[in-house]
Write a protein that binds this ligand. Sequence first.
Ligand code: AMP
Ligand code: ZN
Length: 119
Amino acid sequence: MAGEPQADCLFCKIVAGDVPATIVHETATTVAFRDINPQAPTHVLVIPRAHYPDAATLAAAEPAVAADVLSAAAEVAAQEKADSTGYRIVFNTGAGAGQTVFHAHAHVLGGRGLNWPPG
Ligand code: AMP
Ligand code: ZN
């Protein structure tokens, strides 16, 4: 069924507590944890508890949860004090865009200057 945990999904395992992560924010529908390979002083991943392979499928199936991910990303940025200097919310979608984990996630990046356009 859409949204159900997937046995072979790393981020479903983090949601279940079966893989450790440094969790910095949680809601009923989302979990946020520090990226294991940070690309900026603040680099937090915000994920829905439900499994969808990317942001587009999440938004199509559960738009309210997609909105929860954005709200959580904003709360994480404020909690990390990245909101005063600017931050970026990124959803890599598809392998060609650098997506490596196929459970929807927002990268929240901040704490340093961020170039535009990104690579
Ligand atoms: P993406 O390449 O957009 O799919 O992002 C996946 C992100 O997950 C990468 O930035 C990885 O560094 C990060 N990552 C992979 N494994 C873990 C883990 N066990 N805990 C935290 N972050 C992870
Ligand atoms: Zn998953």
